[in-house]
Design a protein around this ligand. Structure first.
Ligand SMILES: Nc1nc2c(ncn2[C@@H]2O[C@H](COP(=O)(O)OP(=O)(O)OP(=O)(O)O)[C@@H](O)[C@H]2O)c(=O)[nH]1
Length: 461
């Protein structure tokens, strides 16, 4: 076991070696397993984002696991057969509810191991390069059962198991901070990497205190997902220009869930759009696996700017085919545009875009120089990509993050109407929010001891 500066011990279960084989060939494919309310909503949102962007991250390999109360609420894209409810026996016996208790949730997930393993039959493991377990870490099902689900997956498959762990907002309370601190520790020790998302930063502290899980803040109260970095160029739109913003899902998290899904899909499905004639600078999806091979906690940055759209019949058809990406496009749509259609984007803009992605509001804000590895992916129409600009941005990131060799690749997407840069910073160790959560957790645990209470909601009260 290794320990990082955040005090976490890492599992010594790294899978990816240089030259790792990817089953998908052109892009990483991950099975997506959502656990608890947050996990289920986010898994559903990933499918929504796949549809709106024409990308394919999981190839339908999804599974939702939730406890009876509260149960699935926003799962439109996931077929019912792929939704597993755990804990029924408990509710039928004594009406108990997990209600934020991770120990009870973990116990249930262990007892119902056979049902969970049977549900894994829905995943075509031979089709995927890894599994992404998504969970909110501040309450019972995601934090407690989520960790056991990772154990169950590890027991039956060889692919790396990554996690997306959502950290609770400060306003949620001390109990949630304690649960999140414990759950994060166990996720980091079990999963091959934990991509963290900080609700506190993304909801701008607007999360109401002590609300019940299904009584969340309204969508209009959710915080902005804007880029913190001041834009150096007016025509450089920040990450608020999301093409995949969903309609409200009633949870109050729709906006932030869309932002997180957009980043996950842009990162993991990079390479999905492929030009067979592209050169060696093309995105190598194995690099994503290598970047995550550090273990620990990771974070994603994202920036994009809209490309000038000239109007006219070609761009009209392109917009239409983006919307209906499942319809095969006529060959003339992807033909190289006329010279007056897409003006080449200059090197300075590309360079700036990479910087903006690294300086943007990260899924987990942190000191980027504390990252162990970094990967940057640039995506857009070939005519607009400047190699020189991208190299410049990469060089800047190497200096800024103090990393000798930042992995980089571009993805040619002739249909794209925007140029996007995604930065993955892996095994980041200087994270204020994690330090805060750990501090609150320690204080809360001490006060529970002083009051003679046990840890856990259902069991201690
Ligand atoms: N970003 C985001 N965070 C969420 C969402 N729903 C809940 N959360 C966060 O995730 C944590 C866990 O909440 P839930 O997912 O509702 O809880 P659970 O894991 O189902 O656990 P129990 O309620 O104990 O059964 C909360 O503390 C919130 O911080 C969501 O849709 N998006």
């Amino acid at each position: 076991m290794e320990h990082d500066d955040c005090g976490f011990s890492h599992a010594d279960n790294r899978h990816a070696e240089p030259g790792v084989h990817l089953s998908g060939g052109e892009a990483v494919k991950l099975a997506v397993v959502g656990v608890g309310n947050a996990g289920c909503r986010l898994a559903n949102q990933i499918l929504e984002t796949e549809q709106t962007t024409g990308r394919d991250l999981c190839n339908g390999n999804t599974l939702l696991i939730n406890s009876t109360e509260p149960t699935f609420d926003t799962t439109a894209h996931v077929p019912e057969a792929r939704r597993l409810t755990i804990g029924d026996v408990y509710w039928e016996a004594d009406g108990a509810d997990i209600d934020g208790d991770p120990d009870l949730a973990a116990e249930i997930a262990r007892e119902e191991k056979n049902d969970i393993i049977r549900a894994f039959d829905h995943i075509e493991f031979h089709e995927v390069d890894g599994i992404l377990v998504i969970a909110g870490l501040g309450r019972g099902t995601g934090g407690g059962a989520g960790a056991v689900v990772i154990d169950h997956l590890k027991a039956i498959c060889d692919e790396p198991v990554y996690a997306v762990g959502v950290l609770p907002a400060d306003s949620e309370g001390e109990q949630e901070a304690l649960t999140a601190a414990r759950s994060l520790q166990s996720f980091v020790s079990k999963a091959d990497n934990v991509i963290a998302f900080d609700n506190d930063a993304w909801l701008d502290g607007e999360r109401p205190t002590g609300s019940a899980p299904d009584n969340r803040l309204g969508d209009d109260e959710a915080g902005s997902e804007g880029n913190d970095a001041s834009s150096e160029d007016d025509d450089t739109a920040d990450d608020e220009a999301s093409p995949s913003r969903p309609e409200s899902d009633g949870s109050g998290y729709a906006t932030v869930n869309a932002a997180l899904a957009e980043r996950l899909v842009a990162l993991f499905a990079a390479g999905e759009f492929r030009d067979p004639s592209a050169d060696e600078y093309r995105m190598d999806p194995s690099d994503i696996i290598r970047a995550l091979d550090t273990g620990g906690v990771s974070t994603i940055g994202y920036a994009s700017f809209d490309l000038p759209q000239p109007g006219g019949i070609r761009s009209w058809v392109r917009a239409l085919t983006d919307r209906f990406a499942w319809i095969p496009e006529p060959s003339w749509v992807s033909a190289p545009p006329h010279s007056d259609e897409d003006t080449p984007t200059d090197a300075a803009k590309i360079n700036r875009l990479v910087r903006e992605a690294a300086r943007s509001k990260l899924t987990l804000p942190c000191e980027i120089s504390s990252a162990e590895r970094a990967l940057v992916v640039l995506s857009g129409p070939s005519k607009t990509l400047s190699r020189q600009g991208f190299e410049g941005g990469r060089y800047w990131l190497e200096k800024e993050a103090d990393i000798v060799d930042v992995m980089a690749g571009d993805e040619l997407n002739e249909r794209a109407t925007a140029l996007t840069a995604v930065v993955l910073l892996s095994n980041v160790t200087d994270v204020d929010r994690i330090a805060e959560i750990q501090e609150t957790a320690v204080e809360h645990q001490q006060s529970l001891r002083t009051d003679g209470k046990q840890y856990g909601t259902a069991r201690s009260e």
